[in-house]
Design a protein. Sequence first.
Length: 485
Amino acid sequence: MHAFLDELLSEQQRLQTPVARFAALDHAAFADRPSAFVRDLIPLSAPGPGEQYAFEVDLDACSGCKACVAGCHSLNGLDDDETWRDVGLVLGGNSAHPFQQTITSACHHCEDPGCMHGCPVLAYEKDPATGIVRHLDDQCIGCSYCILKCPYDVPKFSRRLGIVRKCDMCHGRLSAGEAPACVQACPTHAIRITRVPTSVDRVSRTADPTFLPVFPDPSYTHPTTRYVTKRPFPTNLRAADASTLRIQPLHAPLVVMLVLTQASVGSLLAHVLAAAPHALASAFVTGSLGIAASVAHLGRPLRAWRVFLGLRRSWLSREAVLFGAYLPLLVAAFAAPHLPLELPHMRLAAPLAAAVGVVSVFCSIMIYVDTRRRFWRLDSSALRMGGTVAVVALGFAAPSAAAVALVAKLALESLSLRGDSTSARLQRGPLRGLVLARLAVGVAAVPLFPLAAPLALAVALVGELLERALYFRAVDAPKMPGVPS
């Protein structure tokens, strides 16, 4: 036994760890030619045409020590609760041959970044020379929509600054010929920067061996990070936290904004199509309050005027611009009957506002559909948001029909409780109380419609607020596998 231990200790002394290799360097030569010793960590030339920089992770070398996380945090001066690089875990195999693999990840600097295409103020740019996706802090208004658009949970909101921030591959260090913080900090050299081809047909990217099968579908944004290993993955590979249920943020200002603006559009439709009493006043009050509530969601509300910049590609920009036009039209429609003089053109304000409002609600639906989250798919989102418009409009124009519409909406919402999806398990588990409250309030409003429509509408709106809270809290949020959140 003693001889065996001596042999093991002797073997440990012969291992060439990164620290040992660095200690053995000719430091005079290192000072003269540092690039000769980092050539395995970063490319020595910039990307050529049809290429970009990308992270390459050697999974066989990754020990899960989180030195990369610490290095990134320290060099970039991040907040205590802010991380741009994470380390997760995937599991598989069986009791005879168990499999475990740590995975380090940061921004994948995608070829088709979802964060960039969703940003309403153009606070993201993809460097044409390097392919690095950078966040422009001075442009950001803190709407956090990029967090919803990214399938890898990369952008992080800084409460201290009121903006979103993320990994930029330490582009300043790269341009100076130095390795990024995570690359330099890794003691096993498991992370390096490489050049990868771009503008290539990646239709079959889901089968790309450089991206693990337990990751979110890479065909959406075409991430460029390469994960390499010599070990075959087991067929039952799964994230270590695959069964963990994570309740998502409430986004209370958005809950209020969505319900009240949709109630406003419903009220205005009842006024325009059925001349329902008090519907115009309801549209004015709920619309004004809803649009005001939307500003409370922003980390930097004073910069909200920039929201029109992303009109070409962001549904959030389109919604904001359209509701920005909806409000003055609604004010004009509400003020017209109270003016001392009748102005013929003012008669058009209400129908024009109703048309703009309907399109605005469609944009609200598409904001969430565009994130490609299963719980927010088109049929579900249209039912929930369009249903609010319909129930309120019928509540003013035809209360009995509103009761039927609300029953149908509740029944269709209940379908999301079935199955084994993350959202269904959240609603049957930790969010069960909220589900029961939503159903109870909704059912209580149904018999009130034929008896006291105004009271029924008030109760129904409370139920819609609870439903919209579920819409945000029960959504399935994709992220890197095995990473705590």
